[in-house]
Ligand binder design. Structure first.
Ligand code: SF4
Ligand code: SF4
Length: 380
């Protein structure tokens, strides 16, 4: 009976756009048993990507509204679902995908067993479920030159300017490694929340509120620490991850594919001019994708591995590295907002049925119409 319950929640999570693929070892079931009680696992299968009121969830779960409300609130606090408050005092609840979602919501209650299981599961997860990136790469602004035609949604500072609520929280990848004694020198708190993303993290105590200035300073520091800027794969974003190639699960897995340049959602690539190179090797140390090396004392770029982050550009003393925009055909289409990104991901995985797709698209348009009057607020 208990096994069936966990098989059902595993199938439910795998049918969400982010996926939850099977493994030969069965580690995915171990993870679910660590995160969900059997009661919670069974109940979670009644949630969908369309936010629903307590009464609707209670009907689907065949229980009283009071009991459903109790479970929903408890599971929201445990980071097992998403609670949205479209109007004050009127919460709605939706399914959280496993990653990005449930996993990241556990940044503050990790334990060594969960970290060990996740380390085993991550390669399966990324190789099977990430048919489309959930994050994109934008260049550090110090690498952008005047001739580069950069859109506002490709500039970190312009993306920050779109918001008035901000949070900073620990990076879950770096926290995991710190807990097992493998942390790198870089600061831990480099997960930046914006707008409804910040609001959610603050109210669920996953991160602390901060001023816009602190976010802008974090972006400058990200370049200093050679961290790749990875916002949501949408034009209107809710977060920016600042990632190193040693611990970021997404970058580690990206380095394993034959041609990361084809897979990453980034409009830029670096062009190298070895004739000017002074051979200092600073760029080799800063590149998180191992795309640069020295050949006969001059820089050599493996363009297949470049993700256009610009980190090598900003410290080159000879101007031998410049960012270029890829050809139109080589650039990924960027979804308008998070809902459109989820829909695109679900379509890419073939996991959204037509009825749910139509409802999500209608909801996305409705939320945009409501936005000038306050829109959707995610709260606890
Ligand atoms: S070569 Fe490396 S550091 Fe430079 S832009 Fe490409 S991925 Fe970033
Ligand atoms: S940072 Fe510039 S000068 Fe130094 S090795 Fe790289 S390309 Fe050459």
């Amino acid at each position: 009976m208990t096994t069936t319950i966990y098989q059902n929640i595993a199938r439910h999570l795998d049918n969400l756009p982010g996926g939850y693929p099977a493994t030969e070892s069965g580690v995915k079931m171990l993870i679910l048993k660590r995160l969900f009680t059997p009661e919670e696992a069974q109940f979670a299968t009644h949630l969908t990507l369309i936010p629903g009121k307590t009464g609707g969830v209670a009907r689907r779960a065949k229980m009283s509204k009071e009991e459903a409300a109790r479970r929903l609130e408890k599971m929201a606090r445990k980071g097992l679902l998403i609670r949205i408050e479209e109007m004050p005092g009127k919460p709605a609840y939706m399914a959280a995908q496993y990653a990005i979602g449930i996993w990241e919501f556990h940044v503050n209650d990790l334990d060594l067993e969960l970290i060990r299981d996740m380390d085993e599961y991550k390669p399966y997860f990324f190789q099977t479920a990430w048919t489309k990136p959930q994050l994109r790469t934008i260049p550090v602004s110090q690498s952008i030159h005047n001739e580069l035609n950069v859109m506002t949604y490709e500039r970190a500072e312009a993306l920050v300017d779109d918001h008035d609520c901000f949070s900073i929280s620990p990076c879950i990848c770096r926290r995991e490694k710190t807990m097992v004694g493998e942390g790198c020198e870089r600061p831990e708190a480099y997960c930046l929340g914006l707008g409804i993303g910040a609001d959610y993290y603050i109210k669920n105590e996953l991160g602390r509120a901060c001023e816009k200035q602190e976010i802008l300073e974090a972006l400058v520091a990200a370049n200093d620490h050679a961290l790749v800027l990875q916002p949501s794969d949408a034009k209107e974003i809710i977060n920016v991850c600042c990632c190193c190639g040693c611990f970021c699960a997404a970058l580690i897995e990206l380095k394993k594919v034959p041609r990361p340049v084809d897979w990453v959602s980034s409009p830029f690539i670096v062009e190298a001019h070895p004739d000017n190179c002074e051979g200092c090797e600073t760029c080799v140390d800063r590149c998180q994708m191992e795309a640069l090396r020295m050949v006969a004392g001059k820089v050599f770029l493996d363009a297949d591995c470049c993700i256009g982050c610009g980190l090598c550009v900003t410290t080159c003393p000879s101007g031998s590295l410049t960012l270029q925009r890829k050809t139109e055909a080589a650039q990924s289409k960027i979804p308008k907002d998070i809902m459109a990104a989820i829909i695109a991901l679900g379509k890419a995985r073939g996991k959204l049925g037509l009825p749910e797709l139509l409802k999500l698209q209608a909801k996305s348009k409705w939320d945009r119409l409501l936005a000038p009057r306050g829109g959707v607020q995610i709260t606890v």
